[in-house]
Design a protein around this ligand. Structure first.
Ligand code: NDP
Ligand code: HSE
Length: 427
């Protein structure tokens, strides 16, 4: 950083997000300088494959480590993704006394504590607003604006790709594969889209939100996770008939000093604010003891929305660098992570059954034996096509799973369909 407050930025990765970060610095550099007195300059950009045709910058390198240690780089933006080599590059930058801005939730969810230690030791910023919910300012509100409140629950649609797929399956009758291909072409999906559709990406984000919301250490492997590959067009149609919308939801609860974090396909009442979050938009619904209900909404994926969040962090980190200070790192305590068996939800279940006298009684008895109370039951179809659709009162997961296991063994139950949790207005 020179005497004119020019901050030289090294960008690691020039994909959807990296290219947009560089473009935004070009587009908004003058405005940023006028507002903040900081002139951002993209000094170096690292990529993996130098033979790819690219526009928007010249002089790429495939030696990312050299960018991090380059004395002409003041601040590093990591938008490569994944753990290796992102982790060693981020650590090297911090150890060299350079602030780091990252969009890498996988890295923050797995190694956040170690990286925070390195940032604290070096006295520089490690900022990651872009890692959760794309463009939406969420990390800063959780760390700062809500620091005086007690957050009790967070519900989040935090993966754009899966929300896009579920929206298209619900509204346009697109198949799962068609909708996923479109999400990939729009730059929403991870390099390996399994991370999106199996819920790994949302679980990483949920663990970061839980850590900040409750001030406890939660890593991605603490999160109970189910993706959307088991959700059928039939489930979506039936949910609609019952007055619900299917969403991949992160559900983050503080319960008696413990934390429960889960990601799974969920039926949300059509009247709930999260039900109207469509396409690749994300929304995070926060319940604070004093603040009440808040909802953060915006574009959760895509190069430019994510770059917008990253650039906000770059400006913060650059301003701190100029003043020789840093934002500090979140203090995280230990807490018991409540196992999924001990979590309570409402459930939706569909059963293909023989259309005979006494079958409903057998089914109801299986629920009763495990203390799961039924709130709604509906028969759709008749004869060979008979299907029972049930919604329960709130019950323990272990009791519901035991019920499902017993239903699978019943003679007149031909098929047990997807088990979906019902969240938002529990009874
Ligand atoms: P892309 O796959 O589009 O881009 C990754 C970039 O990293 C590419 O330019 C690639 O180079 C480069 N790269 C990979 N390995 C190396 C390496 N060893 N050294 C130097 N460069 C390397 O990813 P995205 O831009 O979509 O995502 C980047 C990060 O942002 C990820 O952590 C992702 O989870 C996160 N994120 C993404 C969002 C999105 O909507 N896309 C939203 C929010 C966060 P090359 O071009 O040569 O292949
Ligand atoms: N693949 C991610 C998503 C990108 O679809 O939400 C944003 O983190």
């Amino acid at each position: 950083m020179d005497g004119n407050s020019t901050v030289r930025v090294g960008v690691l990765g020039y994909g959807n997000v990296g290219a947009a970060v560089v473009a935004l610095i070009g587009e908004n550099g003058d405005t940023i300088a006028a507002r903040t007195g900081l002139r951002l300059e993209v000094a170096r950009v690292a990529v993996r494959d130098l033979s790819k045709a690219r526009t928007g910058f010249s002089g790429f390198t495939d030696d990312a480590a050299s960018v991090v240690t380059d004395p002409d780089v003041d601040l590093v933006v990591e938008v490569i993704g994944g753990i290796d080599p992102a982790k060693s590059l981020v650590l090297a930058a911090l150890e060299a006394g350079k602030p780091v801005v990252t969009a890498n939730k996988e890295l923050m969810a797995a190694y956040g504590a170690e990286l925070f230690d390195a940032a604290a030791k070096a006295g520089v910023d490690l900022l990651f607003e872009a890692a959760v919910a794309g463009a939406i300012p969420l990390i800063r509100p959780l760390r700062e604006s809500l620091a005086g409140d007690r957050i009790t629950r967070v519900l989040g649609i935090v993966n754009g790709t899966t929300n896009f797929i579920l929206t298209r399956m619900t509204e346009s009758g697109q198949t799962f594969a068609e909708a996923l291909a479109e999400a990939q072409s729009l730059g929403y999906a991870e390099r390996d889209p399994t991370a999106d559709v199996e819920g790994h990406d949302a679980a990483a984000k949920a663990s970061i939100i839980a850590s900040l919301a409750f001030g406890v250490r939660v890593v991605a492997s603490d999160v109970y996770r189910e993706g959307i590959t088991g959700v059928s067009a039939d489930d979506i149609r039936m949910a609609g008939r019952l007055g619900y919308v299917v969403k991949l939801l992160a559900v983050i609860d503080a319960v008696n000093g413990e934390v429960a974090v889960r990601v799974h396909p969920t039926m949300v009442p059509a009247a709930h604010p999260l039900a109207s979050v469509r396409e690749a938009f994300n929304a995070v619904f926060v319940e604070g003891a004093a603040a009440g209900e808040l909802m953060f909404y915006g574009r959760g994926a895509g190069g430019r929305p994510t770059a917008s969040a990253a650039l906000g962090d770059v400006i913060d980190a650059a301003a701190n660098l100029r003043q020789g200070t840093s934002a500090g790192v979140p203090g995280l305590a230990s807490a018991r992570i409540r196992p999924m068996d001990e979590v309570r939800s409402q459930y939706y279940l569909s059963l293909d059954v023989a259309d005979l006298p006494g079958v409903l009684e057998q089914v109801a008895a299986a629920f009763a034996r495990h203390l799961v109370s039924i709130v709604q039951v509906l028969q759709v179809g008749m004869g060979q096509e008979a299907r029972l659709v049930l919604v329960t009162h709130t019950a323990y997961e272990r009791d519901m799973q035991a019920t499902v296991a017993e239903l699978r063994d019943l003679d007149h139950v031909d098929r047990v369909g997807t088990l979906l949790r019902v969240i938002g207005g529990e009874q």
